[in-house]
Design a binder for this molecule. Structure first.
Ligand code: SF4
Ligand code: ZN
Length: 329
């Protein structure tokens, strides 16, 4: 076996096809962390003194995000958010406890918000209610819309400067192609690291890290990431699943293809200010084409006209000056 292309000393064990080189485990971990740092700095995703909310699902990517940012930015400026969807067998108490334990090792506190507390129904309950009403809305739609809203609500309530998610390179390229196929320019522009939406700026420090690299990193580090599959995985958008497979094959035939595609989009796209309207019911930011936001719309279909939309009791620690009236329907 050959030696690591970087240190030249240890045995190489991780091959990076895009760079046609093999690294030892230590140099591979450092390579991933330094590429995360480079991407953060290139787009000024996190600046000194920034308070950052890390959205952590408990999956492999979220552990890699946690470690690479905690080793880069002062942990006292970081807070983790774990959202419990309320799906049997998925993201269980012990998964959340494992995440908290690892985060504690870095001095990062984890806030836990349950979809049921926020929206009045867990994701599983939303799906059951939808089926009972004959609605075809998929579990992943309820889940994704609720999670995105909780992230931005918590970020706003905590008054952080940035909201970081653990999307990897594969996720980003899949989303870009889906937007292209739909002809959704606004969606495509939103992917640009400098795009400005409403509320707290969202950043994706791992957007240039391949999914396999993230998985390998988590495995080498022996992180207790969640391995259970969600029972609704089959409802995941089929286009995304197909693209995932196709892109994987393409990358194998032409190493570096995904990276080149995203680099090209970074150069090509010119993000502007996104036009934002407010939901007439809950006041949260929404697309200009809507009068009520997607979450209010989805919950109304389930017969819920005034969801709690509260991330308390944690946030009530900050005083009741904002939350209450702001989120009253
Ligand atoms: Fe949510 Fe769908 Fe993922 Fe399950 S598979 S966690 S329902 S997005
Ligand atoms: Zn709303």
């Amino acid at each position: 076996m050959m030696n690591c292309a970087l240190c030249g000393v240890r045995k190489a064990s991780v091959f990076q096809p895009a760079k046609r080189r093999a690294l030892c485990k230590e140099c591979f971990l450092e390579d991933v962390r330094s590429r995360v740092r480079a991407e953060v700095e290139r787009w000024r995703m996190i600046e000194p003194g920034d308070r950052v909310l890390l959205a952590l699902s408990g999956g492999k990517d979220s552990y890699v995000l946690l470690e690479s940012i905690a080793l880069y930015h002062s942990p006292s400026k970081l807070v983790g958010l774990s959202i419990v969807e309320g799906i049997p067998g998925y993201n269980r108490e012990e998964d959340v406890a494992a995440l908290k334990e690892v985060a504690k090792g870095y001095g990062v506190e984890i806030m836990v918000v349950r979809v049921k507390d926020f929206a009045g129904l867990s994701v599983h309950e939303m799906v059951k209610e939808a089926r009972a009403r004959g609605s075809p809305t998929s579990a992943c739609t309820f889940c994704g819309v609720a999670r995105r809203r909780i992230m931005s609500s918590v970020a706003e309530e905590l008054g952080v400067d940035k909201l970081a998610t653990a999307h990897n390179l594969d996720d980003e390229v899949q989303t870009a192609i889906m937007n292209i196929l739909r002809g959704d320019l606004a969606g495509l522009l939103k992917l640009h690291p400098l795009s400005k939406g409403a509320g707290v700026r969202r950043v994706k420090p791992m957007r240039k890290i391949y999914e396999w690299e993230s998985a390998t990193y988590a495995m080498i580090r022996n992180f207790p990431f969640q391995r259970a599959e969600c029972m609704f995985i089959s409802e995941h958008p089929t286009l995304r699943a197909r693209l995932r497979g196709e892109l994987y094959r393409l990358e194998r035939e032409s190493p570096g293809a995904l990276l080149r595609a995203l680099e090209l989009l970074d150069e090509l796209l010119v993000p502007g200010e996104e036009r934002v309207e407010r939901c007439s019911r809950c006041g949260s930011p929404t697309a200009p084409s809507r009068s009520i936001c997607r979450l209010c719309e989805l919950l109304e279909e389930l017969g819920m006209r005034s969801p709690p939309y509260t991330t308390s009791p944690l946030l009530s620690l900050r005083g009741s000056d904002r939350g209450g009236e702001r989120y009253a329907p």
